[in-house]
Structures are given as structure tokens and as C-alpha cells.
Design a protein around this ligand. Sequence first.
Ligand code: FES
Length: 98
Amino acid sequence: MTRVLASAELPEGARRLVVVGGRAVAVVRVQGAVYAVDDVCPHRGGSLAMGDLQGFHLYCPLHAWCFDVRTGDAFFPQGCRVQTFEVVERDGEIYLGA
Ligand code: FES
């Protein structure tokens, strides 16, 4: 596991871009829980960490492809997905398994 953020750096509804093992990862907080997905949109490489977060839906800022941060599955277009990463939040710190 790799420490990526302090819990205080990720309030409810926030998105943050972190780099773990050379990979860009979008880290978000929804309903108190932390989720992490590949930051690179599979369409044309938009940064998902820069997108809008509406509930569990993370929208790419470039062309609005939409991913569920819990599973990485796309709502639009269906059949597409981004990788998810294991997250542990403990003692005010956030760790990713990447
Ligand atoms: S680059 Fe993400 S929707 Fe086009």
C-alpha cells in the first residue's frame, strides 16, 4: 500500500489526482468512502480527476463519458471501464494498492 493523501485533503465530493507507481489515479470521496480509478479516460485520455463528480458518477471533462467510481464501469458508453484500485483509509491517511 502506498500513502497518497491525508484524509483532510479529500473532503466529501472532492477529486484529487495522485501518481502511484508511475500511474495517474483519480481519488474521490463519496458518502464518506474513498474510491480510486485510473485517471486516464479510455476515450481520448482526459483526466478523470478533473471531471465532475455527481454521486458515484465521475464524468470525463472532455466528452462526458461517465464512470461509476465503485466499479470502474461506464454508464456511457456501456461496455467500457476504467481500472479500480484498492483503498484503505486509516488514522487520517489514505493508502492505495496499485
Ligand atoms: S477523453 Fe474522456 S470522454 Fe473523451
